[in-house]
Structures are given as structure tokens and as C-alpha cells.
Design a protein around this ligand. Structure first.
Ligand SMILES: Cc1cc2nc3c(=O)[nH]c(=O)nc-3n(C[C@H](O)[C@H](O)[C@H](O)COP(=O)(O)OP(=O)(O)OC[C@H]3O[C@@H](n4cnc5c(N)ncnc54)[C@H](O)[C@@H]3O)c2cc1C
Length: 397
């Protein structure tokens, strides 16, 4: 398998087909403001993604998927974002597919994977808690075994898309941190990943006024005695860290593809404007190096970031050690988030005052691009992982 799509005819054809399908959606909603389009076209985008096989990429054929892999998913995600239609929704579904296909019980796989591959289900991932923040192993949400069920209590914050989700993957403790310490177990022990029905009794959700994800709303969640069938656990009880890492690598790689696509969207708009806008005599502003160099710089970086993304996806698809995939996925996400912010800045530079005009469809991307430097994992946490795992430097925290 090669990780450069440009050497793979199938992927080049897919990229073309996908690009046309998303451009078509974008044009049909052209009367709306740019920031309103992804939300308004939500169901249509979901259908288009299903149509090109996005949701089946990480699902084996025997469960209705295509098993085409994360590399294919990144190609599709980049094209989606290159049309300004990005959202974390498809990323959440890919995380769920990766986790369930590898760690779900047979009945769960048979029930969930075929409709997930067809794009008929939507997933949310509930990891973050107010106190724990980025320290996911510090979550306090607790799932207690009671015969054939888990009874879940706790709270979560910033959870995207609960209102549209058919299922939530909840990260909970099934053994407290204190108990793990007492038994001499590592901090990654005692975590479990549960599939929870968002309509379950005992779940209370409150929408949050957060910005950045233009399509999905974030919620705080309270879980009070929520009953979950025992078979709805992914992997073994107390060993959910492996499941999480299986899901985090595609999440970061696809977030990177989203950032790359957003940077292309900005670059396309900026170049078009730079070719046509004349301020002094008949000289287009794109002639000036203050305008063209930042754009040329972006074009170079896009190529490099794409290679990094494809490498990360290729590592995932070929079952490289998840720790090594994490380094690639983190590096790709780190570079892509920086690229997305840089691209929005360069587009604003090109458009001048119009860069701040909602009608131009750039300024709202500032929040979306900046979000990528914080979620799903922050730049600082990525640098920590690279310093510790790749450079073998002492852990700072
Ligand atoms: C729009 C949006 C959507 C989201 N969707 C979801 C979702 O669907 N599901 C979900 O579970 N979560 C979601 N999140 C949460 C997100 O992924 C982050 O995990 C969360 O915001 C981090 O928690 P915190 O705000 O408490 O940050 P904190 O953990 O308090 O971190 C604050 C700052 O301190 C830095 N920091 C912390 N520890 C270290 C360290 N050891 N070294 C260096 N720097 C450090 C961080 O990098 C950060 O800059 C979402 C967040 C947003 C904003």
C-alpha cells in the first residue's frame, strides 16, 4: 500500500468525485451566508458522505462497510472542508466505527455497524469533564456493575451533538483512581468505554454557548443512575484505554484533514480575490509580494501537511503500534491546526477590510481554525507527547 494518494488511481478518482459532490452542495446553498451553509446542508452532507462511502471506510465488509481505511477517509474529509463544509460530526462517527469494529461485542457489531456504514446513525463522544480537562484519566464519571447492567453516574462538559446523536460513547471509570493506586495499577487502568442511549432515563443535557464547531452544539451532561446493558461495553472492563487510543488516532488524523481542507478553502478565496482586486492603477493586488508570498507559503505547507496526514492514516491502516500512530496523528494535527490559522490570517490579509465581512465567508473560520489548536487535543498536549514518546525527554507533569 502507498500512502501518497497521487500514486493511487482509485483515490485520485474518488477525490475528484467527492470534490464535485461537495461543490454541488455548496453551490446549491450559495444564497446563504458561508457560516450558515454547513448547518443548513447538514443532512445533505451526511447523505453525500454516505454516498461516497465515508462512513464505511473503517468498517469491515462483513458488517456492511468497505474497509477502505483511514487514508480514504482523510481524502474525503479534506475535500469536504475545502468546500467550507467542515464539521466534527463525521469525525465522531469515524471514531465510533474504529472503536466498535475492533472492540464491540458481536451482537453490537451486527446491530450498529451496518446502519453506521450507511450513514444512518450519528455518534457523540463524552470524555471531557470540568475538573479533569485534558487529563482524561482523571475522569470521575463512574459505572458500577450491577448484575447484567452498569449504573452510570457523573457529569461531562463540551460534548458535541448530543441532540442529534443516536448513541454516546461515554468514557467512565469502572475502578476508581484510588483503587488503581492501591492495587499498584497504572493510571490508564480502570477506564471503560460504554455505548449509552442518549434517550436513557437519568440523562440531563444543557446546551452551551461555545463557538468554533459551526454545525454541532455543545452540551453539558448530567448522568444520574443511567442504566447501560453490560454488553454495551467496548473491550474489557477496566481496559478502555486501549479502546480510547484506537479512537483517538483517527480523530486526530481526520481533524488534521479538516484543517488542511479549511486552509485550501481560504487559499482558493484569497487567490481569486488577489487576481481580480485592483487598488493602484491596473495592477492586481496579487502582484504584490506582501499578498502573494503568504499565499505561496501556504501552498507549500499544504503539500507537506498532506503528506503527514497520509502517513498517519497509512500507519493506522497498516496496524502500526498505536503509540507510533499517535505520534504521527498528533504531528499531523499540530501542523494542520497551525496551517488553518495561518490560512485564515493570510485570507484576511488579502481581503483587507472585507476579510471581516460576514458575507465573504472568512471571518467565521477564525474560530473554527483556532478551535483545532485546542480540540480535540491542544498543541501543548501534543508537544508533551512528542517530547516524551519520540524524544524520550522527562515528563513535565
Ligand atoms: C467546540 C468544542 C467541542 C468539543 N467537543 C467535545 C466532545 O464532543 N467530546 C468531548 O469529550 N470533549 C469535547 N470538547 C473538549 C475539548 O476536546 C477539550 O478536551 C477540553 O476543552 C479541554 O478541557 P479544559 O477546557 O478543561 O482545558 P484544560 O485541561 O483546563 O487546559 C487548559 C490549558 O492548559 C493546557 N494544559 C493542561 N495540561 C497541560 C500540561 N500537562 N502541559 C501543558 N499544558 C497543559 C492546555 O493545553 C490548555 O491550553 C470540545 C471542546 C470545544 C471547545
Amino acid at each position: 500500500m502507498v500512502f501518497d494518494v497521487f500514486q493511487n488511481k482509485d483515490l485520485v478518482n474518488l477525490k475528484q468525485r467527492v470534490s464535485e459532490a461537495f461543490a454541488d452542495i455548496r453551490h446549491r446553498y450559495a444564497s446563504l451566508r458561508a457560516n450558515e451553509i454547513p448547518k443548513a446542508a447538514f443532512e445533505e452532507i451526511q447523505a453525500a458522505l454516505a454516498n461516497v462511502g465515508f462512513f464505511g471506510c473503517l468498517i469491515p465488509e462483513e458488517y456492511g462497510g468497505t474497509n477502505r481505511g483511514l487514508l480514504t477517509s482523510t481524502v474525503i474529509m479534506e475535500e469536504l472542508a475545502a468546500q467550507g463544509l467542515q464539521s466534527f460530526g463525521p469525525v465522531l462517527n469515524s471514531m465510533a466505527a474504529a472503536g466498535i469494529a475492533r472492540f464491540g461485542a458481536e451482537t453490537v457489531k451486527r446491530d450498529i455497524l451496518p446502519p453506521l456504514a450507511r450513514g444512518e446513525l450519528k455518534f457523540a463522544i463524552a470524555s471531557t469533564e470540568t475538573e479533569a480537562g485534558f487529563n482524561v484519566f482523571n475522569v470521575k464519571t463512574y459505572a458500577e456493575r450491577s448484575r447484567d447492567r452498569f449504573i452510570v453516574n457523573g457529569s461531562k462538559i463540551y460534548i458535541s451533538g448530543i441532540d442529534v446523536a443516536d448513541s454516546i460513547l461515554v468514557i467512565a471509570r469502572t475502578m476508581t483512581r484510588e483503587e488503581c493506586d492501591r492495587r499498584g495499577l497504572s493510571k490508564t487502568a480502570g477506564i471503560s468505554v460504554l455505548l449509552v442511549d442518549p434517550q436513557s432515563e437519568g440523562i440531563e443535557r444543557t446546551p452551551l454557548p461555545s463557538h468554533g464547531e459551526g454545525v454541532l452544539t455543545q452540551f453539558s451532561l448530567k448522568l444520574k443512575d443511567v442504566s447501560v446493558p453490560i454488553g454495551h461495553i467496548l473491550g474489557d472492563e477496566d481496559h478502555g484505554a486501549r479502546v480510547m487510543f484506537r479512537m483517538f488516532n483517527p480523530e486526530r488524523t481526520l481533524a488534521a484533514a479538516m484543517g488542511l481542507g479549511m486552509s485550501r478553502y481560504c487559499l482558493d478565496l484569497a487567490c481569486e480575490h488577489a487576481r481580480n482586486r485592483k487598488v493602484f492603477q491596473e495592477t492586481p493586488i496579487g502582484t504584490y509580494q506582501s499578498i502573494q508570498h503568504p499565499l505561496a507559503d501556504l501552498a507549500i505547507r499544504q503539500e507537506a501537511v498532506r503528506l503527514m496526514i497520509h502517513r498517519s492514516a497509512w500507519c493506522f491502516d497498516t496496524d502500526v503500534d498505536p503509540n507510533d500512530v499517535a505520534s504521527s496523528a498528533n504531528a499531523a494535527k499540530y501542523l494542520a491546526a497551525g496551517l488553518a490559522v495561518q490560512a485564515v490570517d493570510a485570507a484576511i490579509n488579502t481581503f483587507g477590510g472585507k476579510g471581516f465581512d460576514e458575507e465573504k465567508g472568512i471571518i467565521h473560520l477564525w474560530e473554527a481554525a483556532r478551535l483545532l489548536k485546542t480540540a480535540p487535543i491542544s498543541d501543548a498536549l501534543i508537544l508533551n507527547q512528542i517530547a516524551e514518546y519520540v524524544l524520550k525527554l522527562p515528563r513535565s507533569y
